[in-house]
Structure formats: structure tokens, C-alpha cells
Design a protein around this ligand. Structure first.
Ligand code: NDP
Length: 460
């Protein structure tokens, strides 16, 4: 008889946990996965996937505007939030169902309960009180939104609630300058909500290339989002009418119907019993792991946002796959976290891979910059003002392309392809030897011949 009930017990059925569980089970391991909410995790249930549906829904208003310039009329349509939510929930349920059947088809057991570690080989289920023994454990519990402690913060929602608002507000204040804040600002603005984005710093999207940051700010302002920089809440106050008065550190007050905080996420390690087994956490509460995702405890691994490496779904999936390959297929595999591309589904969206100009200057010293800012042909046709930004960061000494940054329609689609070349170490000469695809906006990427020199600076 086997020593333990399972060979692997996975806590958390999100992107990383499900991939690891499936691959381990397909390798012949006896696997169980515990999930306290719905199978699919943040990405499928309350993250990337429903967010993308909301982006699609909200983009139509811009498309209707453009349509008139192309000869269409009567483009003023109305949007039914309730009908959209219903359709979105049906699709999310379908996708979650696919995750469930994929796990089951692979032979993994799903435990619909919260699980906590009692010791390194025993988990206890919160509802039933049942204990289960396991040879190995994988922690894949993801992250959850954090909000600062300011007076009235209990009135604010986070992205978790934004997916289920009973009705579309007339006015919203979104706080934060990261991925979630700019994406939801675009969504609500596109859906006709009067949208204000407030960020504490001098420019949104810290960590992105500075040109990308300022270009996006200008573009979202053009689309009607009010951007308030260098400002925070001093207090959120509920008014008798049920609206909220946002008291700001710049001395102003703004009334909105909803206040949404998108001020980061924290690793979800609380209440997992990690202290019972001595799994080491860092100062942010993330599980500390080595390159093979192994924790400080010999039979326990962790993947995904709970480890706070690069908090993106495809990264969690690759970490989960590498874990299964290493531990259940006897093939030590570590995921390479270098040069991971990412997209921000702001409106317009961003695609970015590799080093920013500032990072590249810091790392290699001298860099060549290639940059284009232009109105795509679709925009010029209907007389729009939206501009696209493309930027290449090149190591001046080796001519290797170190970074590619795009803001504009289809940027996320373009960046996937650029990431392949950059990951392979492409030089600017090789990049330019690629013939353009015409007529596209992307062709601009391979036709930037002249180095960009900011006004007032010499080329040397
Ligand atoms: P981010 O870490 O991207 O951004 C958090 C923002 O909140 C920053 O602008 C930060 O400011 C600000 N902030 C933090 N603390 C405070 C505070 N106390 N008061 C005011 N502002 C504050 O977090 P998100 O919540 O936007 O997203 C979480 C993660 O989820 C992302 O980092 C990303 O990894 C992932 N994600 C990825 C998406 C994608 O791939 N498209 C989409 C959505 C999420 P400052 O810069 O000054 O620190």
C-alpha cells in the first residue's frame, strides 16, 4: 500500500496549479487539487479573461466613432451592462468547466475546499475537516488585491468586484497607475462612464519605458479619461445620495458613484499553515523558491503569483510545467524569466518586451534609439487624432535589439512576434533585413532607419 494518499497535493486551481497538476497526473502521479473558489483561478474567473471580454465590449464605442468616418451612420448604440454580464458569466463558466474536465481527464482529483498544511505531508480541509496525506505539495494560491489604509477605504471596490457591478456607474474614480488601473480606466471610459484615473506618482505605469508612459497618458486623455497625477486620497466620504466624495491631497474633492482601488496585489499565503511547516516567506509575504520552484522545505514547491517573480499567467503556466517536468519526469527544468513580453490592455494597448531605454542605458551604457510616432492609416482616414508609438532600444556596441515597445492598436499581437526575435538575440541589421508587410502599422517596426535624437541633444 502507498505510504501517502497522494503523490502530489496542489493547493490552488489557477493557471499554474492546474498546469502542474495535469502534467503530473499525466505522468502517472496520483494527484489532488484543492480550490476554495472556482477552478480556473484569478486569470479565468476574475482576471485576464473576463477583463479581455470587458475590453472587447468597451472598444465598440471607439469603433462606432471611426465607423462614421468610413461612411456609416446611425452609429449611436446603447449598451446593456446586464446582458453583457450574463454573456460573460456564461463564457467564464464554460471555460472553468473546461479546466475541470481537463483535470479530470488527466486523472487528478478535485477537492472543492480550502486546504491548509498541518505538517509537510498532511493537509486539512477547512469545511469537512478531513485530513489527506501526500508525498509532495505544490502551493499555487496566487495573489489578491491590496488596498492602503485610508479613511473610508471600506467604500472602495477592487478589480474583484468590478466584474460584478450591479449597474454601470455614471462616474468612477480609479486609483493606481499599474496594469489594472489603466486597463479598467479604458474599459469604463469606453463604456461611457465618466472616468478619472488618479495616481500618486509623476507618471503612470512605473517600470515601463518612459516614452510609453507619457505617450499612453496623452492618448487616454485624448479619449476622455481625466488623469490626476501626484495625488492620493486623504479621505473617501459617502454622501447622503449614495455617491462618494473623494477628498484629495491636492486639496480638491471629486464626487463619483464608484471608487475602485487597483493599488497592487499581494501573494496569497495567509492562513495556509505555512508557519506549521517552516516554508520561508520574503518581506512581501511571497514564498521563497529556487530556480526549480522548490521552497525551503524539501517536499514543497510553489509556482505563480504566490512566489511574486513575474506575476503573469503564462509565466505561472511555464513554472507549473517546469515543476512537473523536474519532479515527475526526472528532467530538471527551470523556466527562464528573462525577456518575458507583456501586454497592457489599455486603450490604446501596449506591447512591451526587453529593456526600457533607461534600463538599457544603465546596463550597457551607450544605446541607439529608434522611434516612430504616427497616426495609423485607419485613423487618418476618419480624421482621428490617435497616435501610435513604436520604439526600439539597441545596444550601440553590439547592435543587439534589447527592447521593443509599442503603443497602439494590435500592439499586444505584434509584441509576441517581436519577443521571439529579441529572445533569440536579433541584431538591428537582421531586424531591418526583414521585409515589411504592407499596408500595416507593424511595418513601421522594420523601417525605422534613423536613430532618434531628442531635440537639443547631439547624436554622439
Ligand atoms: P501594479 O503593481 O501593476 O500597480 C500598482 C499601482 O498601484 C502602482 O501604480 C502603484 O504605484 C500604486 N500603488 C501601490 N500602493 C499604493 C498606495 N498605497 N497608494 C496609492 N497607489 C499605490 O498592480 P496592479 O494591481 O495593477 O496589478 C497587479 C499585477 O497583476 C501586475 O503587476 C501584473 O503583474 C498583473 N496583471 C497583468 C495584466 C496583464 O498582463 N495585462 C493585467 C492585470 C494585472 P507606484 O508605481 O508608485 O508603486
Amino acid at each position: 500500500m502507498a505510504k501517502y494518499d497522494y503523490d502530489l497535493f496542489v493547493i490552488g486551481a489557477g493557471s499554474g496549479g492546474v498546469r502542474a497538476a495535469r502534467l503530473a497526473a499525466m505522468s502517472g502521479a496520483r494527484v489532488a487539487v484543492a480550490e476554495e473558489h472556482r477552478v480556473g483561478g484569478t486569470c479565468v474567473i476574475r482576471g485576464c479573461v473576463p477583463k479581455k471580454f470587458m475590453v472587447y465590449a468597451s472598444e465598440f464605442s471607439q469603433a462606432f466613432k471611426a465607423a462614421e468616418g468610413f461612411g456609416w451612420s446611425h452609429c449611436e448604440m446603447t449598451f446593456d451592462w446586464g446582458r453583457f454580464l450574463e454573456a460573460k458569466d456564461i463564457e467564464i463558466a464554460r471555460l472553468s468547466g473546461i479546466y475541470v474536465s481537463n483535470l479530470q481527464n488527466a486523472g487528478a482529483d478535485i477537492v472543492h475546499e480550502r486546504a491548509e498544511l498541518v505538517d509537510a505531508h498532511t493537509v486539512k480541509l477547512a469545511k469537512s475537516g478531513r485530513t489527506i496525506t501526500t508525498d509532495k505539495v505544490l502551493i499555487a494560491t496566487g495573489g489578491r488585491p491590496t488596498t492602503p489604509e485610508i479613511p473610508g477605504i471600506e467604500h472602495a471596490i477592487t478589480s474583484n468586484e468590478a466584474f460584478h457591478l450591479e449597474s454601470l456607474p455614471k462616474r468612477i474614480m480609479i486609483v493606481g497607475g499599474g496594469y489594472i488601473a489603466v486597463e479598467f480606466a479604458g474599459i469604463f471610459n469606453g463604456l461611457g462612464v465618466e472616468t478619472c484615473l488618479m495616481y500618486r506618482g509623476a507618471n503612470i505605469l512605473r517600470g515601463f519605458d518612459n516614452d510609453v508612459r507619457s505617450h499612453l497618458t496623452g492618448e487616454i486623455e485624448k479619449r476622455g479619461i481625466k488623469v490626476i497625477l501626484g495625488t492620493e486620497h486623504s479621505k473617501i466620504e459617502k454622501t447622503p445620495s449614495g455617491a462618494f466624495l473623494n477628498h484629495l491631497t491636492n486639496g480638491h474633492a471629486e464626487e463619483t458613484d464608484v471608487v475602485m482601488y487597483a493599488t497592487g496585489r499581494e501573494p496569497y499565503t495567509a492562513g495556509l499553515g505555512l508557519e506549521n511547516v517552516g516554508v520561508a516567506l520574503n518581506e512581501r509575504g511571497a514564498v521563497v523558491v529556487d530556480e526549480f520552484s522548490k521552497t525551503s522545505v524539501d517536499n514543497i514547491w510553489a509556482v505563480g503569483d504566490v512566489t511574486d517573480r513575474i506575476n503573469l499567467t503564462p509565466v505561472a503556466i511555464r513554472e507549473g510545467a517546469a515543476f512537473a517536468e523536474t519532479v515527475f519526469r526526472d528532467n530538471p527544468t527551470s523556466f527562464d524569466h528573462d525577456t518575458v513580453a507583456s501586454a497592457v490592455f489599455s486603450q490604446p494597448p501596449i506591447g512591451s518586451v526587453g529593456l526600457t531605454e533607461a534600463e538599457a542605458r544603465h546596463k550597457v551604457g551607450k544605446v541607439d534609439i529608434y522611434r516612430a510616432v504616427f497616426r495609423p492609416m485607419k485613423v487618418t482616414f476618419y480624421g482621428g487624432e490617435e497616435r501610435m508609438l513604436m520604439k526600439l532600444v539597441v545596444d550601440a556596441a553590439t547592435q543587439k535589439v534589447l527592447g521593443c515597445h509599442v503603443v497602439g492598436p494590435d500592439a499586444p499581437e505584434m509584441i509576441q512576434m517581436a519577443a521571439i526575435a529579441i529572445k533569440m538575440g536579433v541584431t538591428k541589421q537582421q531586424w531591418d533585413s526583414t521585409c515589411a508587410v504592407h499596408p500595416t502599422a507593424a511595418e513601421e517596426l522594420v523601417t525605422m532607419r534613423d536613430k532618434y535624437v531628442p531635440m537639443g541633444m547631439s547624436a554622439a
